[in-house]
Every structure is written in C-alpha cells, then in structure tokens.
Design a protein around this ligand. Sequence first.
Ligand SMILES: *[C@@H]1O[C@H](CO)[C@@H](O)[C@H](O)[C@H]1NC(C)=O
Ligand SMILES: *[C@@H]1O[C@H](CO)[C@@H](O)[C@H](O)[C@H]1NC(C)=O
Ligand SMILES: *[C@@H]1O[C@H](CO)[C@@H](O)[C@H](O)[C@H]1NC(C)=O
Ligand SMILES: *[C@@H]1O[C@H](CO)[C@@H](O)[C@H](O)[C@H]1NC(C)=O
Ligand SMILES: *[C@@H]1O[C@H](CO)[C@@H](O)[C@H](O)[C@H]1NC(C)=O
Length: 630
Amino acid sequence: MNFGTRMREKMWFCVWVLFLFGSCCGRFVVEKNSLKVTSPDALKGVYECAIGNFGIPQYGGTMVGFVAYPKSNRKACKSFDEFDISYKSKPGGFPTFLLVDRGDCYFTTKAWNSQKAGAAAIIVVDDKEEPLITMDMPEEDSGRGDILPNISIPSALINQSFGDRLKKSLENGDMVNVNLDWRESLPHPDDRVEYEFWTNSNDECGPKCDGQIDFVKAFKGVAQIMEKKGYTQFTPHYITWYCPEVFTLSKQCKSQCINHGRYCAPDPEQDFSIGYDGRDVVIQNLRQVCLFKVANESGKPWLWWDYVSDFSIRCPMKDKKYTKECAEDVIKSLGVDLKKINDCIGDPEADEDNPILKAEQDAQIGKDSRGDVTILPTLLINNRQYRGKLDKSAVLKAICAGFLEKTEPAVCLTEDIQTNECLENNGGCWRDQVANVTACKDTFRGRLCECPIVNGVKFVGDGYTHCEASGSGRCEINNGGCWKESRDGLSFSACSDNESNGCKCPSGFKGDGVHACEDVNECKEKTACQCRDCRCKNTWGSYECSCRGDLLYMEKHDTCISKNASKEISWSFLWVIFLGLAAAGVGGYAVYKYRIRSYMDSEIRAIMAQYMPLDNQGEAPTNHIHHPDI
Ligand SMILES: *[C@@H]1O[C@H](CO)[C@@H](O)[C@H](O)[C@H]1NC(C)=O
Ligand SMILES: *[C@@H]1O[C@H](CO)[C@@H](O)[C@H](O)[C@H]1NC(C)=O
Ligand SMILES: *[C@@H]1O[C@H](CO)[C@@H](O)[C@H](O)[C@H]1NC(C)=O
Ligand SMILES: *[C@@H]1O[C@H](CO)[C@@H](O)[C@H](O)[C@H]1NC(C)=O
Ligand SMILES: *[C@@H]1O[C@H](CO)[C@@H](O)[C@H](O)[C@H]1NC(C)=O
C-alpha cells in the first residue's frame, strides 16, 4: 500500500464527511446535568454543566462531595503520582470532585489521571468564555485508547466564569460543597422507556466498534427481558450517508454506496483497495434493520439482539465471513422469515429509494430537544442522547432513570446497580427489628424510605420515623406494632383488625397499648366487686369475685344474691321479691310494706327501680348508688 494514495483517500474522505455535515443542518445538543453548590453561602445556587461522553454519569441519581483544585498539575495532564498527591476520601469523609483546567491534553487523559488519584468526579473548567460543549473521547484511537473502558468516574464541564468563581472561593480557604445531580438529565414521563441505539455492523473500526458489540452482548439479556415484559420499546438504527451527486459515478462512491449513491458507509479500513467495502457494510446494516422490522412485525422485536450478537460471533470480517451466506445462516437458525427480509432489502443496484434506508436517513435529523445523530454509536433514551460510557450497568441505570418514579421494573432494583445504602444504619429509615420489617429500599436512584408491604399487609407512615401496619391482617405482623402478652395460657393483645382503633389495651388493662398494657387491679381501685358480701381477688387481666356463704356473685350488677335465684337476671329479682314476701310473713299489707323496705338495702332498691315499678317511686335514690357495669 502506497502511503500517498492512502493519504489522498483519507483526504477525500474528510472532504466528503465535511461536505455532508458542514453543509447540512448538523445540530448537536449538549446534554447537561445540574451542579448545586450548598456551601459557601456566597456561591449557593444551581449551575449547569455538560455531561462528558465518557466515564459513568449517575443518571437518575446524585453525588455529594467537595471541590478540590490542585496546586500543581492543574490541567491533570500528568499522573498525580508524580506530585505525590492523593484525593482518596477517608472513610466517612466526603468524596473529592477534582476541579481541573481545560487544555494541553485529552479530556479522557484528565479524567483518567483524576480517577487514579482517587477523585470521585472530575469538573473541567472551560478555557474560554463560550456556551457549554460536550467533552468527547479522542477520535483516533492511537495512544490512550486503552484507558477509555477504565474511566468510571463521571465528568462535567463548567464554563469559565463559573470556574473562576469556584477557584476564587477555594483560594479564600472556603470549603466548597457541591451536589452533582443527574435526576433531570433524562425525561421520565411514564412507565415505558423508548430507546434507540444508533449502531453499525462494521466490526473493524477499533475500540469504538469493539465497544458497540461488547455492549450489545452484555446488554442483550436485560434488554430482552425489558422488551418482552413491555417495559421498553427498543429500535435499532443505522446511519448512512449519501454520496454528493457529482461523485455518484466515482469509484469511491461505487465501492461505498448502494442504490446509486443514495446510501453509503465509510470503508471499514478506510482503505478502498483491501478487505470489505463501505457498500458491504451498508448492505449488512440494511439486513439488520430489515431483520428488526420483520421480527417486530411477528411480535418478537428482541430477536434483533440475538441476531446482532450471533452475527458478530459467527460472521466476523477478520475471518472473511462478513457475507450474505453467513448472515442468512444466522437468520435461519433464529427462525426468522428469510424471504421477507430479502424483500425488505430489495435490489442494491436499483436506481431508486429504499424505503427502509430512506426512513433511517430521515430519523438521523434531530427534532425538538434532540440533536442530530452524528456520533456512532449513539444511544437515545426517551429521545435524549445518552452521554457516557456504553457500559451495561451505566446504560441500565440511565434507562431506569427514564421511568416515572416507582414504575421501574424489578431489574432496575437488582444487585447489579444497587448500592446497598440500606446496610448502614438502615439508611436512616424506619425499621422494626422484632418483626424484621424495614422501610429502606435500595434503588438505582439511591435509597428511599418508604413504608413497605409485607405479606400483603400495607404499612403506612412517613417511612422515616414511623410505619404502621394497616388493614385486615395487620395484627398478623408483629401484632400490628401493638402490645401483646401471654401468661399461663392466657393471651391478651392491644391490636384489633380495625386500624382506626389503633392500639388499645383490652379491658382489664391500662396503658398506651403500644409498649405496655398493665393489669388493672380492680380490687384495689374499687372498680368491681364492691358489694358488702363480696370477696375480691385480682387476676391478670381480670378479677375474681366471690360471695360469702351460699350467695352467688352477679357480675353484671356487682352484687351477691342467693344461689337459688340465679337463673335469669329478671327472674332473680322476682325471687328477691318473693323472698321478701316470705320474710314479711303473713302480716297485714302495711306491715309487709314496712318490712320489705327494711329488708332490702338501698342498693337493691335502686337497682330494682331501674327494672320494675316499685311503690314510692317518688323517693329520691340514695347516695350509695353506683354503676356496676364494668
Ligand atoms: C456560566 O454558567 C453559569 C452557571 O451555569 C451561568 O449562570 C452563566 O450565565 C454562564 N456564563 C456564560 C457567559 O455563559
Ligand atoms: C483497564 O482495566 C482492565 C480490566 O480491569 C485492566 O486489565 C487494564 O490493565 C486496565 N488498564 C489500565 C490502563 O489500567
Ligand atoms: C414495532 O412494533 C410495534 C408494535 O407492533 C410498533 O408500534 C412499532 O412502531 C414497530 N417499530 C418499528 C420500528 O417498526
Ligand atoms: C430480615 O429479612 C431479610 C430479608 O427479608 C433477611 O435477609 C434477614 O436475614 C432477616 N433478618 C433477620 C434477623 O431475621
Ligand atoms: C372501625 O372503628 C371505627 C371507630 O372506632 C368505626 O367508625 C368504623 O366503622 C370501624 N370500621 C370497621 C371496618 O369496623
């Protein structure tokens, strides 16, 4: 290969790309998150920063830390090891966000050096006053391409004037606390996330292509589960370019385009004389779109993930298997209708539009808040461009952040992305240690304090200081948080299924019903068993009352009566009268009347007065009346 030709082709390539993007409406949207300064007071407020296209932004979450500005190596172009500086936070300390200046080296180099020094995030200060830009990774993979996959801290770019204010404050010795917030970086309007992946079937473009296919393989499982359950609607997309009309008949356009220059892709090796050509890539791309379309029509859109990963494994360019035959074998083994796919691909030689690729080109142009798709690969979540590393858990986190809160699928709450903030101090949430019930829920958004549902019983409360079981069945769980005790085979509980009653000590007990209910000593407190002939004995939760001699205790009326008279309360009173009559003897009516009055004590008289009309109703009741119903 002649170096000169190669250079010329590269030049031509650049001109072409410039032509396509420079002339068209290229609109790139800078995706942002917010940076909230919480101290010092003079700087308090919410500022904007731009999310870098590498590292792992914490979509849906926040990060708290304090800002440090290095004394030397302020551009972070060298390793901080050389300066013997470390920004590792001590246990329990705030993480460090390293403030560095733009310039002299790649953004990725700065991020890598900061990460190695222990910083939890990097904040780059722009070196000129301009609107925020997106920090990207270097185009050519020469040099430090190997560090890209290892950058895991989030990065943010701030403008020069805000950077200067931060620096000034730090110079004054202020502790600058900030909160990086990505919660509003993605729209999250409803319970379904729509996402698109703009990709390419080319597998020989270095780390970028490797990154794409590695991502598809790693994300496939999760993607398919979410798609099958209807949580997401995924659409793959492929960028194509068109050949400027003046070049349509050139050798370059013929080798890179199909349908007479309408749909082109760059040569995989950027060398027209070897290996596969751009047109091979376009046709494979088209086959992948068509596979998606056919699979989607048969209700199985997720087959795209299988096809793309199988194809990359079975038909790689390096083994010279990037062919129609190999692709068709993969399609057949997935059981997708090959004829429909070939109909969809159509004739690449035809001088006419291919409706599928035409639609793909139209979709490249951004609309509303979405910019044009110009970077490959690009992930769009809820119509916003994802920034950051194409890493399984980082992307999952971002997709999860696209659900309306509390509608996210279980996969968003799995170990993969959870941080287990509930382990320490129960995340500051309510907990019932006895029942082993907690309000702490660890999610990708960070921990939530939310009263749980345990075995179908709903807990209600603020989630922080209290949660209470509610509804029927609430007494099943930890006795509804109420007091409960058993002694000698007797059990008492302060819980009732009617939650509006709260915890209430049962009768015979007094207390708050939650922590304690104490036995009421009915004998001492003279609330029962107070009749003259009664003998009172307190028991746990109740009391026993007996009467002297042959007399029987009547609990309801707290009185003792003769044993024979005990069948029925109303009858017993008749018996009392009868006995009275007997005792009165056979004396005259006046004598009887006098005797019965003296026989009956005033209490019985009072009781009887409630039940039957006695003579002398006009008499005022005596002062000894008490209410025996306990
Ligand atoms: C710089 O950023 C701050 C905070 O986001 C903003 O208030 C300010 O207007 C920006 N300045 C310029 C010149 O864009
Ligand atoms: C990046 O990470 C990989 C795997 O963890 C490791 O093997 C490699 O050495 C790392 N690269 C650098 C530059 O640290
Ligand atoms: C896939 O199918 C769904 C439902 O049938 C439809 O709404 C969606 O537009 C289809 N997607 C594409 C890219 O054809
Ligand atoms: C509490 O419940 C969790 C899961 O629900 C379980 O993993 C843990 O072992 C339980 N702890 C105790 C002390 O029972
Ligand atoms: C629960 O108790 C309250 C008053 O204590 C009562 O108004 C309500 O009707 C009861 N509810 C049920 C379902 O019994």
